[in-house]
Write a protein of this length. Structure first.
Length: 232
């Protein structure tokens, strides 16, 4: 077993618990570690079946990540991003919200850590690709929000910055970052459109539905395929 597989196997349960914690306490104003302290590895709040599903989805995404991503500098951010996106998807499905108390700190922490890694590694071009990816994704979805606010919520716009930053970091240069962001949006919008049709048919009317999970899926798909491999 490779070193990365050992690390992921050891981290799967803690990262799954992190996803559960974010999902259970992220939608409200409850302190993250207020009393009672969140139980490990299954929180007391909510449905046990729901938390087991969060663990299962997180573990599956981590397993695919260690199979597909072959460098630590790309694998570690992916591992930390997965529980955040799983938690945000759960909250969005339940409440049609993507809370700022998760999205904004995750975005800020990602940018700061990537900037530090770029400086230490002597790769400022990767930080530039990271920032270009985040700003491009943010701009595109902001325009979509302004054109059709009911179809693209502002929470999705803020989430797009986090997703674009991670796609950009996984790219070798700015051009690859732009291509990666394009494919990330393409996958998210295509799968999300299918999801919207399913919801409309099931409810027999045009109804709001969570779009954040589809944007998150598009980002993860691109990271797993490999951003640089998408460039023609």
């Amino acid at each position: 077993m490779t070193a990365s597989a050992v690390v992921v196997a050891a981290a799967a349960v803690p990262l799954g618990w992190l996803g559960c914690l974010l999902a259970s306490r992220g939608a409200g104003r409850e302190p993250w570690f207020g009393r009672p302290l969140p139980r490990f590895p299954i929180p007391e709040e909510g449905s046990r079946a729901e938390w087991l599903m969060v663990h299962a989805v997180t573990s599956a995404a981590l397993a695919v990540g260690v199979w597909r991503i072959d460098t630590w500098e790309r694998l570690v951010p992916y591992l930390l991003l997965v529980p955040v996106l799983v938690a945000l998807s759960v909250i969005d499905i339940q409440t049609l919200r993507l809370p700022d108390r998760i999205v904004l700190p995750a975005t800020a922490a990602s940018v700061v850590s990537f900037a530090f890694a770029a400086v230490i590694g002597g790769e400022p071009h990767r930080l530039l690709a990271c920032l270009v990816g985040g700003s491009t994704n943010l701009t595109f979805l902001l325009v979509a929000h302004l054109i059709h606010p009911r179809g693209m919520g502002f929470g999705d716009v803020k989430l797009s910055a986090l997703l674009g930053v991670h796609v950009g970091w996984a790219a070798a240069d700015v051009v690859s970052a732009l291509v990666g962001v394009f494919y990330s949006m393409l996958v998210g919008f295509l799968v999300g459109s299918v999801g919207g049709v399913v919801v409309m048919v099931a409810r027999r009317r045009n109804a709001e539905y969570p779009f954040g999970p589809f944007l998150a899926l598009g980002c993860l798909v691109v990271l797993l395929i490999g951003v640089d491999s998408l460039r023609a």
